[in-house]
Design a protein around this ligand. Structure first.
Ligand code: AMP
Ligand code: MG
Length: 494
């Protein structure tokens, strides 16, 4: 395990040069303090956990001091925001500190978000609120806990300074890890500024770093597109199966590695409603839950456009056309797992269609509903059955479901065990997250952030000893969202 000074930072991205980035040091902050650090991510990068207690940890990760060899930089990118092209984006408040090897020898970016303005700030302050930083900190770890590719959170550090939004709020910095910070928008910037040789440079960089097996292929750019299509389709199938709504699927928030990226007004589905978005700043509902799969495709097509100088447009179209099948296959397989069914035939399809109809009309809590399914064929809880507006429709759905379970004749204990490992007991409900950020903001009490981080690292299981130690009442955290907080909406960039 390493000391902070021995973290080996490399800087491959910086070598790409000025078209891709601005070298910039973080702006110091007055009195950094720890809000929470994440032992799982600290272990991942091989850092000695005792280092967290040192003042140097705060100094390095608030941007007050530079990690050895780090050459911080703001990345340049543009992108489509809510369908319109914005030629001027880029890291306006975040800096890539460099790259680091994790314990599996994978390369991870270390990034600080909220560490002062850059040349891409467009007049904004380059800072982030404590509220938004905690949201992203916990969002990443909750999504990771569900087995979905995502950025990770190393720590969240208060700056001791206020940031001015609608009202003054405490500021914070998120220390974020990601396999990549390169977005579809990174390509779009170079493409729309007619720097096609730079698009090629960035492609070569990515292929070398993320897709080395295709490096020597003559059609490597087409193969890269194939990988990006595949990873994006698989990612969005996971979002849909888990009721995750990203909220801001702009092309600058989509990474080239298919990683959930940039947690703003995200949310998890309370009651099934495909027209729901947690983003208050999206009145037209461009990024609702139900639209995510098609937006994923739309975004990929924008990425595909940037490859036009290297790949025939017909071939680009063919690669993009694979998206739907990969998405459908993965989504079907995930629904099969959630229902504990291996045979995915026409009857299965009908069962799934009826299920969403049932969930939509009855407006019960989705997470709890799926969690209870592992109790079938015998013990569906009567108290939950009562939540259904029309329990008869539920009963007829259940009888079809039981028929499909019985035709597979599974070992019921094994089935339950498997299903309880895919249908979480705990999800990061926005009202729970709000309780944690309110406590942090109003009382400087970060214990709720810690509790949620611990709870969500394994959202499938009760861990009584640990729960007692941290005062986690599983009943409270697994309960459905209170009616007044259902479908909570938040606004963009705080
Ligand atoms: P986001 O909504 O977080 O994806 O941000 C969109 C763009 O706005 C990115 O280029 C950000 O860097 C920039 N941005 C958002 N908030 C700020 C801020 N407070 N200061 C500077 N740039 C910002
Ligand atoms: Mg963003």
């Amino acid at each position: 395990m390493k000391k902070l000074e021995n973290l080996e930072i490399s800087n491959s991205f910086v070598k790409l040069g000025a078209d891709f980035l601005q070298e910039k040091l973080p702006e110091p902050v007055s009195s950094p303090y720890l809000i929470d650090s994440n032992p799982a991510a600290i272990k991942l990068i091989g850092l000695d956990i005792a280092e967290v207690k040192k003042n140097e940890f705060l100094e390095y990760f608030s941007g007050n001091r530079l990690l050895p060899n780090s050459r911080p930089l703001a990345m340049a990118y543009s992108g489509h925001q809510f369908g319109s092209y914005n030629p001027r984006l880029g890291d306006g408040r975040g800096l890539l500190l460099g790259e680091i090897k994790d314990q599996y020898n994978n390369t991870l970016d270390i990034h600080l978000k909220g560490c002062g303005p850059t040349r891409f700030s467009r007049g904004f302050d380059g800072r982030a609120t404590l509220r938004a930083s905690i949201r992203e900190y916990l969002g990443g770890e909750a999504v990771h806990g569900l087995g979905i590719p995502t950025t990770r959170s190393l720590a969240v550090i208060g700056t001791g300074e206020l940031v001015h939004r609608e009202t003054p709020e405490p500021g914070a910095i998120l220390v974020r890890l990601s396999d990549s910070h390169i977005r579809f928008g990174s390509f779009q910037l170079l493409h729309f500024t007619k720097k096609s040789n730079k698009v090629t440079e960035l492609l070569n960089y990515i292929i070398k770093r993320h897709y080395p097996t295709i490096q020597n292929e003559s059609d490597k750019v087409q193969l890269l597109l194939r990988h990006v299509v595949k990873r994006t389709a698989k990612l969005i199938a996971l979002w849909q199966a888990n009721g995750f709504i990203h909220g801001v699927m702009n092309t600058d928030n989509m990474t080239i590695t298919g990683t959930t990226f940039d947690y703003g007004p995200f949310g998890f589905m309370d009651r099934f409603n495909p027209n729901f978005t947690p983003n208050h700043s999206d009145p037209n509902g461009r990024y609702t839950y139900g639209k995510q799969p098609e937006i994923g495709y739309w975004n990929l097509s924008k990425f595909g456009e940037t490859l036009g100088h290297l790949v025939d447009s017909q071939l680009i179209a063919e690669e993009l056309a694979n998206y739907q099948k990969i998405y459908n296959d993965d989504y079907r397989a995930l629904m099969g797992k959630k229902l504990g069914l291996d045979i995915h035939d026409a009857e299965f399809k009908e069962l799934v269609n009826n299920l969403f109809q049932l969930l939509y009309t009855s407006q019960v809590d989705c997470c709890l509903f799926f969690r209870h399914l592992s109790k079938l064929p015998n013990n569906f809880p009567e108290t939950f059955r009562k939540n259904f507006k029309d329990p008869q429709t539920l009963d007829s759905w259940i009888s079809m479901y039981i028929r499909l379970i019985e035709r597979e004749d599974p070992d019921l204990n094994v089935r339950k065990e498997k299903m309880d490992m895919i249908n979480p007991k705990f999800i990061l409900r926005n009202y729970l997250l709000k309780n944690a950020t309110d406590k942090a903001m109003k009382e400087a009490d970060f214990s709720e952030v810690e509790r949620l981080r611990i709870l969500l690292e394994d959202p499938y299981s009760d861990r009584p000893e640990l729960f007692t130690q941290y005062g986690i009442n599983p009943e409270h955290y697994s309960a459905e969202t209170p009616a007044s907080s259902i479908e909570m909406q938040l606004s963009c960039s705080a």
